[in-house]
Design a binder for this molecule. Structure first.
Ligand SMILES: [Zn+2]
Length: 367
């Protein structure tokens, strides 16, 4: 199978291929069905009516010291890439053999609704990577400056084919500076359920499933490393390993030693334009670590670059307008095609490069 062929044409295709690859590689499979409000009488469905699931593959290590969790599709549509990486590892006998002493946990499609419907957000329009809060922890206030951007970011109308907003965006960047916009727009907002970067109002179904099961998946492992796969930030075909903002210097050093200093950004000094990192609230990584009290848990996000921030934001904005105010299955289906290209470019050269990069990461992770 070439690297390009690891990419599936739909969520259902990706799920089938993932499940099929588990047994030959020695992995046990479990499946978690996604329910909407009302529980099992209200299952979430793919465009063809099929139920949606988060699927997990687990293979226990020969030693119970270390576990690696490899997750995909937290941002729905980014699952096209994440699933390809998971399939690439599962069908790579050399990697599977080399990883034998680790417990390996593949979590396929953390946001199956977004994956199936080609959205970044989940079934409630929630950006899951802004939605992870502990029980009783209140959601933060939306950043004051965000309110001024809502009408520009999320107009309440279908997307036009020709859109002047890139010009508007350039004007704002010129006026405010890119660094400031990066600290305002993508950080997470909690007031506009139909706009982008919405962090929701309560725990997502994904969070509940993780909370109930992740401890069991990891077994007795004393050390757990999560690597959550993403695309859409950074230069074309390159990657960065990003840590949560709560990381300590020790974790940064360990991560840099393992994956190479060039690939690991330090959130403390890398907040300006040109860097991949941006601050956000309610992110997955620090929350995930809280599931393993008393154990060493390191959590990182592997982010692979595609198009420019502006281009990606523009496509997200158009898809949001189509989803909320247009006809995403008909007249505005182009917004889905465009969004898919933003997060899983069709270019065979890009696909070759990112799978090679991801394999490099996962060889380092088990070294
Ligand atoms: Zn992402």
């Amino acid at each position: 199978m070439t690297h390009s062929e690891l990419f599936s044409v739909s969520y259902l295709d990706a799920r089938d291929r993932f499940i099929e690859a588990l047994t030959p590689a020695g992995f046990a499979h479990e499946s978690h069905t996604m329910e909407g409000p009302g529980g099992e009488n209200n299952l979430l469905r793919a465009p063809g009516g099929e139920t949606l699931t988060i699927d997990v593959g687990i293979r226990r290590g020969t030693s119970n010291e270390k576990a690696i969790v490899i997750s995909s599709g937290l941002h729905g549509i980014e699952g096209f890439f994440g699933s390809a990486v998971q399939l690439g590892l599962l069908t790579d006998a050399r990697w599977c053999d080399a990883a034998a002493n680790h417990t390996i946990i593949f979590v396929h499609a953390l946001n199956p609704y977004g994956f199936a419907w080609k959205r970044r957000a989940n079934e409630d329009n929630v950006d899951l990577n802004r939605s992870f809060f502990r029980a009783g922890e209140p959601r933060p206030k939306t950043i004051e400056d965000f309110h001024a951007f809502v009408d520009i970011l999320c107009p309440k109308s279908p997307p036009p084919r020709v859109d002047l907003s890139p010009l508007i965006a350039v004007w704002h960047i010129a006026r405010q500076g890119f660094g400031k916009l990066k600290r305002t727009i993508p950080v997470g907002q909690y007031d506009y359920p139909c706009c982008i970067f919405y962090g929701g109002s309560g725990p997502s179904k994904t969070q509940t499933i993780l909370e109930s099961n992740a401890g069991r998946w990891a077994g007795d492992a004393a050390e757990i490393q999560l690597i959550d796969l993403h695309t859409g930030l950074g230069p074309w075909g390159t990657y960065k390993i990003l840590l949560g903002e709560d990381k300590d210097r020790h974790e940064l050093d360990v991560t840099r030693n393992r994956f190479g200093a060039d690939h690991v950004e330090d959130p403390a000094v890398d907040q300006e334009a040109g860097k991949v990192f941006y601050p956000a609230r309610g992110t997955f990584l620090p929350w995930f670590k809280t599931l393993f009290p008393g154990r060493t848990c390191r959590a990182a996000l592997a982010e692979f670059g595609t198009y420019s921030n502006l281009h990606v934001l523009q496509s997200l904005r158009a898809e949001h307008r189509a989803h909320h105010y247009g006809d995403p299955d008909g007249k505005h289906a182009w917004t889905k095609t465009e969004l898919l290209e933003m997060f899983a470019p069709a270019s065979p050269a890009w696909r070759e490069r990112v799978i090679t990069g991801a394999k490099e990461i996962f060889h380092q992770a088990i070294a």
